[in-house]
Design a protein around this ligand. Structure first.
Ligand SMILES: [Zn+2]
Length: 422
C-alpha cells in the first residue's frame, strides 16, 4: 500500500460487505474438529492457547453446512454463503441427463466469488493453504497467483510452481519433510507454512484448511488425538503472537459409528433399495467419496438417492424411513428447505444417518480393508454438523448483538473475523 493506492474501505463479496482488515486475519478450518475434542482437552488444560482465546476473545458452537462434509463447508466459509448459494453440496452429484456422477470439487461448479479472490482483486495480499489438493483449486477460484498471492496444498508441497501456486521450493523453504497423506503432519505442515508466510510477508487474509485423518482414526480420549491437539494449540499460540485476528472453526464434527464388537454400523442402502424395487431403479450416491478413503471406506452419514423414473420419492421414503439407523429420509424440496441446499444438485431423496450409524451404497462397492483394527469414525449427518467457532479477539458491540440474536453459522467465519472483532 502507498499514498496513491489506498485500499477501498469495504469489499463486497456475494452481497456481504467486509471492511478492510485492521490486521492480518487468519481463518483455520480444523477438518473434523468435533466440539467433543476441544471440550475434553479444555477440561484437561491441554490446550492453553485455545483456552486463552475463549476467555479473552469469543467462542461459540456454530451450525456447519449440510451435508457435514469437507468440500461443502470449505466452500461455505470461503464464499461466506450457505450451500444453496454456492452450489457445492458434496464431492459428487448425479447428472440425470447421463446418469453419471459428476465431481463437484473443481472451481467450475462453484457459484459466486470467494472472499480471498475479491480482496486480492481489491489490493490485499492473500494466502490459501490446504492439506489435500482436491480443495486447493476450488478455494483459489478467480485468484491470480502471479500478483503475489499464494495457494498450495501440503499434499503437493514438493510440486509447487510460481505459475500455479505463487510459491516454489516449499519443502526447502519450510525445512519440514514432505508429510504422508495419512499423517498428522499433513495438517501441521499447513499451519507451519501459514505462520512462516505471515512472518515473512504479512499477508492480509489467510485461509488454512487441515485434514481430518486424526479425527477419523482417534477418539478424543486417545493419546494420539490429544497429541495432535497439543501441537495445534502450540501453533495457534505462535500464530496469535503475530498480532493477528485468529479464527478457528471446523468443516464438520466426527462420530463413532461402530458397534460394541468394533464393527461399523452400516446400512447398505443400494442393496436395501434393490431388494425392494429391483436393480437399476434407483441410484445411491455417497457424496463423501474421494480418492483417499482408507480411513472411512467412503462411508458417511448422508447419501442421496435418485430414481430412474419408475419409483417415486414417496415410495422410497416409505420403504427406508423406518430402517433402524436412518434419522431422516427427505424429499428434495424438504431437504433443500431444511438444510439450505441447492435444488438443482439435490437428489429425489436425501438420507441422513443417526449418530451411531453410517450409510453406504452396495456392500460390494466399498473397500473397508483400510479400517482394519479401528472403529469407524465418520461424518455427514446432522449429528456431525456442530462445530467450534472461536475468535482470538473479542466481538465489537454490533457483532455481540448479532451473535446474541441470530444462530451462529460457520459460513460467517470471515464475516465475524473481519467485521466483528475489536
Ligand atoms: Zn472426513
Amino acid at each position: 500500500m502507498n499514498a496513491t493506492h489506498r485500499p477501498p474501505v469495504t469489499v463486497t463479496v456475494n452481497e456481504t460487505s467486509y471492511r478492510w482488515p485492521l490486521r492480518p486475519v487468519v481463518v483455520v478450518c480444523i477438518d473434523g474438529g468435533d466440539p467433543r475434542y476441544l471440550r475434553r482437552y479444555l477440561a484437561e488444560g491441554a490446550v492453553p492457547h485455545i483456552a486463552h482465546f475463549i476467555s479473552q476473545g469469543f467462542a461459540g458452537v456454530a451450525e456447519g453446512s449440510m451435508p457435514s462434509f469437507t468440500c461443502p463447508n470449505n466452500m461455505s466459509m470461503i464464499t461466506g454463503t450457505p450451500t444453496s448459494k454456492h452450489g457445492i453440496s458434496g464431492n459428487f452429484y448425479l447428472d440425470t441427463a447421463t446418469w453419471q456422477p459428476v465431481v463437484m470439487t473443481g472451481p467450475e461448479l462453484l457459484r459466486g466469488d470467494t472472499v480471498i479472490a475479491r480482496f486480492a482483486a481489491a489490493g490485499a495480499k492473500v494466502v490459501s493453504i490446504t492439506a489435500k489438493d482436491k480443495l486447493r483449486r476450488q478455494l483459489a477460484k478467480g485468484l491470480d497467483v502471479s500478483q503475489g498471492h499464494v495457494s498450495f496444498s501440503s499434499e503437493f508441497a514438493d510440486k509447487c510452481t510460481m505459475a500455479e501456486n505463487g510459491i516454489e521450493n516449499v519443502i526447502e523453504w519450510l525445512g519440514m519433510g514432505k508429510p504422508g497423506m495419512y499423517s498428522m503432519e499433513l495438517s501441521l505442515f499447513v499451519l507451519e507454512a501459514g505462520l512462516k508466510l505471515l512472518r515473512e510477508r504479512r499477508p492480509d487474509l489467510l485461509f488454512l484448511s487441515l485434514t481430518d485423518f486424526v479425527q477419523h482414526k482417534w477418539a478424543p480420549e486417545e493419546a494420539d488425538a490429544r497429541r495432535f491437539y497439543e501441537r495445534l494449540d502450540d501453533l495457534f499460540g505462535r500464530l496469535a503472537a503475530e498480532d493477528i485476528t485468529l479464527a478457528l472453526t471446523a468443516d464438520h464434527g466426527m462420530s463413532d459409528k461402530s458397534n460394541a464388537a468394533g464393527e461399523p454400523n452400516v446400512i447398505w442402502l443400494q442393496d436395501v433399495l434393490d431388494a425392494r424395487f429391483g436393480k437399476d431403479q434407483t441410484i445411491v450416491i455417497c457424496p463423501i467419496t474421494d480418492a483417499f478413503v482408507a480411513h472411512h471406506g467412503a462411508l458417511g452419514g448422508f447419501v442421496r438417492v435418485w430414481s430412474r423414473g419408475k419409483v417415486t420419492a414417496r415410495q422410497i421414503i416409505e420403504h427406508i424411513g423406518g430402517v433402524d439407523g436412518i434419522e431422516l429420509a427427505l424429499d428434495k424440496a424438504t431437504a433443500c428447505r431444511m438444510f439450505d441446499m441447492p435444488m438443482d444438485r439435490e437428489a429425489d431423496v436425501a438420507v441422513v444417518a443417526r449418530e451411531d450409524t453410517c450409510i453406504g451404497a452396495s456392500a460390494k462397492d466399498h473397500d473397508l480393508s483400510g479400517l482394519k483394527g479401528h472403529r469407524l469414525r465418520t461424518h455427514g449427518g446432522v449429528s456431525e454438523a456442530k462445530v467450534p467457532f472461536i475468535l482470538s479477539r473479542p466481538l465489537n458491540d454490533a457483532y455481540k448483538a448479532k451473535a446474541a440474536s441470530t444462530p451462529l453459522k460457520s459460513w460467517q467465519i470471515f464475516d465475524y473475523a473481519i467485521n466483528g472483532t475489536v
